[in-house]
Design a protein around this ligand. Structure first.
Ligand code: ME8
Length: 491
């Protein structure tokens, strides 16, 4: 079994989770489930990012102590995971003791490796983005005031600060990415990162002194760590860091990070530099997905157009939303969330194509064959064509899934389902029933076999619906894997 480590970003607990958070978590679940079906040993991590000024501010606004506030808010994210039917291995919290120890160990390692020095920071900071900006990155708003490229407010900060020698890593990062061009996906994001690194890297301020809701810097308790150092370290904490000899660490590091495009720079520039500077390997892949808007507008609390995953799922159903999110928009691109688009997609693909096929084939078998179909192995050209198509599609499906092109994998499955619907209509078992029972039996057998194959392929995306189909067609859970995809199950 090949180890496979996959992570979501850890989400800030300043607010409730929305559809954007659910999107990344479901994406990882799909990729994790797929990897389990091909036989890999999977570790799937998610969790919450609980330190920093933004969270501290939110706690003050809600009149709670930061610790009480983060305990309450983190639970919202934790509860969402099973609601989305995501099978995780760990939910990490950055306020946990083990994480505080791990981030302090990482700091010490960087310090011992002479990658950290003390100086003064003077420049722009955005609390909403928890990011430092140079003046030429900023834009002006209508009132001629500087704002971050994300639209967030910025403030001028002047304080003593530790710095990470990021400038030392420009060359090494570029060399790494030239050698492993597939380690950032999609390609457009890779190009973006190369351009950013090539334009020159400045040393990075990595501690703050003007508030104290953070991990204390070892040997200088005037400072707390910059929230991104502590946050990124979560990926290591979960698999046993600082014990680099622990079973999970040896097995699972390095892993794959799925993130939104908003936080690509932190993951593809700062994080691999920290890792290399701490003598650790950079991630195997960083996949940056696009951004969901709501009816054309950016999803934001101030506009009041947040999509609550609980509400939308109770209206449409979980698998319907899991399916819509990954069929509607190529993974990596931006997408627009609208109720019309959900209804259209669900009706066309899930109800009319998949649902209709299962319903027609199964009810015919139940009515006419007492629910038992035996394999005659007496296939004609139409049968062989369909079986061969399912073999071709399996290869294409795996190719796309290995590249996280979930929408393309789904397209392949629905091509197979459409072909099966056409086959079933053309073969017309209702006519064969009157003239050739053997042939009718074969057609029903092949139809059920292709339903089984399509359902195995759909399983990572809509697991609950697939389990229902497996129940109907009498496939046990232990037989849901890709090893027996091409094996004909004989009864
Ligand atoms: O950035 N469309 O946390 P965060 C698609 N704590 N995805 C969206 C989205 C949208 N409209 N809105 C949010 C942080 N996301 C840091 C991460 S990791 C070491 C620290 C998803 O709560 C997307 O994955 O702001 C994005 O990157 C993430 O939520 C940001 O979550």
């Amino acid at each position: 079994m090949k180890p496979f480590f996959i992570t979501t970003p850890i989400y800030y607990v300043n607010d409730k989770p929305h559809i954007g958070h659910a999107y990344t978590t479901i994406a990882c679940d799909i990729i994790a489930r797929y990897n389990k079906l091909i036989g890999n040993d999977v570790f799937f991590l998610t969790g919450t990012d609980e330190h920093g000024q933004k969270v501290e501010k939110a706690a003050i606004q809600s009149s709670l102590e930061p610790k009480d506030f983060v305990d309450k808010m983190s639970k919202n994210f934790k509860d969402l995971v099973p609601f989305l039917n995501c099978e995780i291995n760990e939910f990490i919290r950055t306020t946990s003791d083990k994480h505080i120890k791990a981030s302090q160990s990482l700091w010490k390692k960087l310090f011992d490796n002479k990658q950290i020095y003390l100086s003064n920071y003077e420049g722009w900071y955005s609390v909403r983005d928890e990011a430092f900006y140079t003046e030429n990155e900023l834009i002006k708003n209508n009132e001629d005031k500087f704002i971050a490229p994300s639209g967030a407010n910025v403030e001028w900060v002047k304080e003593e600060s530790y710095f990470f020698k990021l400038s030392n890593w420009q060359e090494k990062l570029l060399n790494f990415y030239y050698k492993y061009p597939n380690s950032i996906k999609p390609k457009s994001r890779y190009n973006e990162v190369i351009k950013f690194i090539s334009s020159g890297l400045k040393d990075l301020s990595i501690s703050r002194t003007t508030f104290n809701w953070g991990v204390p810097v070892p040997n200088n308790d005037k400072h707390v760590m910059y929230v991104w150092i502590d946050a990124l370290c979560n990926y290591l904490t979960s698999i046993g860091y600082p014990n680099e000899e622990s079973i999970n660490f040896k097995k699972f590091w390095p892993g794959m990070h799925i993130v939104g495009k908003d936080i690509l720079r932190f993951h593809a520039v700062y994080w691999p530099a920290f890792l290399m500077a701490a003598d650790l390997q950079p991630p195997t892949r960083i996949f940056a997905h696009g951004w969901w808007t709501n009816s054309g507008k950016k999803i934001s609390k101030s506009i009041g157009n947040i999509i609550d995953p609980y509400e939308i799922i109770s209206e449409y159903g979980l698998d319907q939303i899991r399916f819509f999110l990954f069929r509607e928009v190529p993974f990596g691109n931006d997408g627009d969330f609208s109720k019309e688009a959900i209804s259209k997609r669900v009706n066309a693909d899930l109800s009319n194509n998949l649902g209709n096929l299962v319903q027609r084939v199964c009810s015919f078998i139940k009515k006419n064959c007492n629910s038992i179909i035996l394999n005659t192995s007496n296939y004609d050209e139409a049968d062989n064509n369909l079986i061969n198509l399912s073999i071709d599609i399996f290869d294409k499906y795996k190719f796309h899934m290995n590249e996280q092109k979930i929408d393309k994998s789904l397209k392949e499955i629905f091509e197979l389902l459409t072909a099966t619907n056409i086959y079933f209509d053309k073969q017309a078992p209702w006519d064969l029933k009157k003239i050739n029972l053997d042939r009718m039996n074969t057609v029903l057998f092949v139809s059920i076999e292709i339903i089984r194959r399509s359902t195995i392929l759909l399983y990572p995306i809509i697991p609950e619906s697939c389990e229902k189909i497996f129940n109907i067609i009498n496939i046990e859970k232990k037989n849901i894997n890709y090893n027996n995809y091409n094996k004909i199950i004989n009864k």
